[in-house]
Design a protein. Structure first.
Length: 241
């Protein structure tokens, strides 16, 4: 419970900074979707950190990865997309159709980034982990769970709160783009043990960069399909190096 609350609290910091910036600039913030975004974050992290707090199947407890928490967080995100007001699966990017002319630059970017990240992982990263469980995990759960919530539901609510009006390398987006990017970096770079918080700045920056690429792909294509595939393929590739 405390991990979920602290994680959500840590992610409040960039949100508060953005709200202050909007107020100083005389820009309007829509508070209702912003409050829903906070609610969604709390529910998401409670479900993600639910292993040990809720009864889970015995075979999942024997595995190294948090399959139980990830499965619950995916189910929770789908439920919130269905029940929360003013959101829909289509608006969250759960569509097959890609924006016209978006695939070529996105695929080229994906190839360059995966190659670069693989080289960096081979040079500076930990030892390869090619266990069956890890490969199955990397090929499925991170991309589905994190993209559906971060660049699906959360990004949609933040656009409703802060509006759009930014163009980032051909992607029509808004300040929610940057908030999701920072949030993604903090989510991976902040370690919580009990009530203690530790920030790994190198991990935060690296995953923040990956979050930038993933969010740009989501906005450029108008769909979650490419971000999910890119996220999982990148993770699998790095598992081998």
């Amino acid at each position: 419970m405390e991990k979920a609350i602290l994680t959500a609290a840590v992610l409040l910091i960039p949100t508060i900074v953005l709200v202050i910036g909007f107020k100083l600039a005389g820009k309007k913030v829509e508070w209702v979707p912003l409050l829903w975004a906070g609610f969604a974050c709390l529910v998401y992290f409670l479900l993600l950190r639910s292993k040990g707090a809720l009864p889970s199947p015995a075979f999942l407890d024997e595995l190294d990865r948090n399959w139980f928490g990830k499965t619950l967080s995916i189910a929770g995100t789908v439920a919130m997309l269905y029940f929360l007001p003013r959101v829909s699966f289509r608006d969250a990017g759960m569509v097959w159709k890609q924006n016209e002319g978006s695939l070529s630059p996105v695929i080229l970017t994906a190839v360059i980034v995966i190659a670069s990240m693989s080289i960096a992982s081979y040079t500076f990263g930990p030892s390869p982990n090619t266990s069956i469980e890890n490969l199955l995990w990397q090929a499925t759960m991170p991309g589905i769970d994190e993209e559906l919530f971060m660049r699906g539901l959360l990004l949609l609510l933040l656009h409703q709160a802060f509006g759009k009006g930014l163009n980032i390398f051909g992607a029509e987006t808004g300040w929610g783009f940057w908030l999701v990017t920072v949030t993604f970096g903090l989510l991976h770079g902040v370690t919580i043990d009990g009530w203690d918080i530790d920030v790994n700045f190198s991990v935060t920056i690296a995953t923040g960069f990956m979050g930038f690429i993933l969010t740009w792909m989501r906005e450029r294509t108008g769909s979650l399909v490419v971000p999910v595939l890119f996220h999982n393929v990148s993770n699998v590739a790095q598992a081998f190096v």
